[in-house]
Design a protein around this ligand. Structure first.
Ligand SMILES: Cc1cc2nc3c(=O)[nH]c(=O)nc-3n(C[C@H](O)[C@H](O)[C@H](O)COP(=O)(O)OP(=O)(O)OC[C@H]3O[C@@H](n4cnc5c(N)ncnc54)[C@H](O)[C@@H]3O)c2cc1C
Length: 301
């Protein structure tokens, strides 16, 4: 039996494993993707992780993974299909194996929702982004559009309006779901234009994104398209053991403590404001320390 099983080898899970190993805990990481390092592997260029002026997402993730492997933590490639809590935590894997631990750190992340439009896959990382705080600075002085009507879309548009020459905010309805105060702030920005009651149908370009076609027949020349239509947390497997918000994010503080003793969450799967590598790594450290403290005081620990 392990002291801790970490689920997911994204930045949150890997950093949790590193902290646990350094506290001399018997820990294993389970990751479903071959040599997976989470969502960051999809990023062509990361410029906002302290210590690296510029690095590919895959490169950064691989540094994280190698650090954890070299500290002696095993990373098992398998998919967690079920979690059962008896006296201990049982983790059922797709291979049929069942492994047990006193504590679990659940760091399965989230998946950004795509638009499903023609050209989207072609221009991912070449003009189409799902994260304004990650990629906004690549579009300084350029023309961009944000798609969405919630708080993330509004915040993204505000953030980009400080960087970009022009920001189109495209929303399929007449009213935004997000905070009205942000809408009012955006109305005062001269470089922000609202495009309402329509949606993007296609993305075009040669090597990079150059133009989008709207359902109302208009076409707009832009360099960057920021998709802010939400993301899906991968929290279904633990739904019986935790409280979740209406979008499915697990409700827990920075310490990662959930409503089930011995189960901790870290990273993008947790309900929080900013989902980035730096906050995922920080969550991992906090959840590990919570698990270590739990094992110190739990009579089974
Ligand atoms: C395209 C893109 C670009 C980004 N760019 C930046 C950037 O420039 N800077 C920045 O700070 N952030 C960036 N981000 C955000 C950043 O990648 C995430 O905030 C961060 O990766 C979250 O880490 P995590 O460990 O919580 O989850 P994830 O990275 O999502 O990792 C979760 C891991 O769990 C695994 N997993 C899930 N379910 C199971 C299961 N059932 N069994 C086993 N394994 C499982 C997954 O395969 C995955 O490897 C970007 C995100 C995307 C999508």
């Amino acid at each position: 039996m392990y002291e801790t099983i970490v689920i997911g080898s994204g930045p949150a899970g890997l950093n949790a494993a590193l902290y646990l190993k350094r506290a001399n805990k018997n820990v294993i990481v389970i990751e479903k993707e071959y040599e997976g390092t989470g969502q960051i592997a999809q990023s062509i260029r990361v410029e906002n992780y302290l210590g690296f002026q510029e690095i590919s997402g895959m490169g950064l993730g691989e540094y994280f993974r190698q650090h954890v492997l070299s500290s002696g933590v095993p990373i098992l490639e398998d998919e967690v299909t079920e979690i059962i809590h008896k006296d201990v935590w049982q983790v059922v894997l797709a291979s049929g194996k069942i492994i047990e631990a006193k504590t679990l750190i659940y760091a399965a992340g989230a998946v950004p929702r795509e638009l499903g439009i023609s050209g989207e896959k072609t221009f991912q990382g070449k003009g189409i982004s799902y994260c304004a705080y990650c990629d906004g600075s690549l579009f300084k002085g350029k023309d961009t559009a944000v798609i969405g009507g919630g708080d993330t879309a509004l915040d993204d548009a505000l953030y980009l309006s400080d960087l970009c020459r022009k920001v189109y905010l495209i929303h399929r309805r007449e009213k935004f779901r997000g905070n009205n105060a942000t809408v009012e702030l955006l109305k005062k920005r001269e470089n922000v234009e609202f495009i309402l009651k329509t949606f993007v149908q296609e993305a075009y370009g040669q090597k990079k994104l150059e133009e989008i076609l709207l359902a109302d027949g208009r076409s707009i020349n832009i360099n960057g398209l920021f998709v802010a239509v939400g993301s899906t947390p991968l929290s279904d497997i633990i739904k019986d053991y935790v409280r979740r918000d209406e979008k499915g994010y697990v409700i827990a503080g920075e310490d990662g403590i959930t409503s089930s003793a011995g189960l901790f969450v870290a990273g993008d799967v947790r309900a929080k404001k900013l989902r980035q590598v730096i906050t995922a790594v920080s969550d991992g450290a906090n959840a590990a320390v919570s698990a270590i403290q739990y094992m110190k005081f739990d009579k089974k620990g």
